[in-house]
Design a protein around this ligand. Structure first.
Ligand code: NDP
Ligand code: OXD
Length: 313
């Protein structure tokens, strides 16, 4: 069994993890002069366009992350070869941590307290009780459902929005464009955990932000985007923050990454920026996941978490 790793930088930790889990497996790292017809499986993260198509005997392409937009950008991706996305417990846990951390941060007005601290000022802000704060999660997939569950357990009033109808205990579920406005009208803290697809790109724009609700005990709505940068229109988010249409934001993902030094988001007092690390893929967990899926595939069993190219996720 031959596996090829095609990453945008050397995947040293993942290579070590794969070799530890499967010492007999032949693992090659791109660039390599291995005979292309020997490769059966590819694990990729942001591969340059045109590499994957050279390996014509590939049976499965694995995304090193939950998102697959980085793969689907390549027009030469072989048709009919399944793409498997990452579903891994530690990745899910970390994303829930990020969502809870940043929801609490804005609900408890921490960006304002940090500013007061810098000024050496002692001043108390009014903060709503958790049970009165309405959080809405866009994307009720693996990560969105887990985050919604943690928020609910913490006491927030939680809703979720997805493409198809979903059900989650204690979560008000909305589906499709027809129900988007109703979802937004009851959402004070908006969490974006959607994939980047033609249907979701630019969905968080000035119009959408204008439809969010404001908690009476907070200065305005909050945006937390840990999905993909292309979900939000950056100029609209900046304008909304400046006008007060948005009170605050936590952004882990951006239209251009790294976020350019000139972006006003860096300096905005109500914005928390993280470098696309809301949830990093754990090398050992990914190695086990990939090897388990390969073992299933080689026994003739169906692969799990296969991407639907028609929907782009
Ligand atoms: P899933 O595929 O499990 O879930 C995607 C969710 O988005 C589903 O609920 C789906 O609806 C919904 N959705 C997709 N398209 C639409 C649409 N047009 N309208 C409404 N809802 C839509 O993905 P995950 O939960 O595993 O991951 C979500 C995203 O998080 C990834 O694609 C990735 O971009 C991002 N991510 C970011 C990380 C970071 O560190 N910042 C780390 C990991 C992931 P339905 O349920 O009906 O299918
Ligand atoms: C992912 C990511 O998609 O880290 O897993 O962005």
């Amino acid at each position: 069994m031959s596996i090829l790793l095609v990453f945008n930088r050397h995947p040293a930790r993942f290579l070590a993890a794969l070799e530890a889990e499967a010492p007999k497996c032949a693992v090659h790292v791109w660039p390599t002069d291995v005979d292309p017809s020997a490769i059966r499986y590819i694990v990729a993260w942001k591969p340059a366009v045109g590499i994957i198509e050279r390996f014509t005997q590939t049976q499965v392409i694995f995304s090193y992350g939950a998102g697959v937009d980085h793969l689907l950008l390549d027009p030469g991706l072989p048709k009919g070869v399944p793409i498997v996305r990452l579903v891994e417990p530690d990745l899910t846990q970390r994303m829930s941590e990020y969502v809870l951390l940043h929801t609490l941060m804005h609900h408890r007005r921490m960006t304002e307290y940090l500013e007061l601290q810098r000024q050496g000022r002692w001043h108390e802000h009014w903060e709503p009780v958790t049970q009165d704060v309405r959080v809405g999660v866009m994307g009720l997939g693996v990560l969105g459902r887990a985050a919604a569950e943690k928020l609910r357990m913490f006491g927030y009033r939680v809703a979720g929005w997805s493409r198809t109808r979903r059900a989650a205990e204690g979560v008000e579920c909305y589906a499709g464009m027809d129900e988007l406005d109703a979802f937004l009208a009851r959402t004070e803290i908006l969490i974006a955990l959607l994939p980047d697809t033609p249907a979701t790109r630019g969905i968080i724009d000035a119009r959408l932000i204008g439809k969010l609700a404001t908690n009476p005990d907070l200065p305005g709505p909050v945006l937390i985007n840990a999905g993909r940068g292309r979900l939000h229109v950056e100029t609209d988010v900046i304008e909304a923050l400046n006008s007060g249409a948005l009170y605050a934001a936590s952004l882990d993902v951006f239209e251009a990454e790294p976020l350019p030094a000139a972006s006003p988001l860096w300096q905005h007092p109500r914005v928390v920026i993280t470098p696309h690390n809301a949830s990093n893929s754990p090398p050992a967990g990914v190695a086990r996941y990939v090897l388990e899926q390969i073992a299933r595939h080689e026994r003739g069993l169906p692969l799990a978490n296969v991407v639907d190219p028609a929907h782009g996720y």
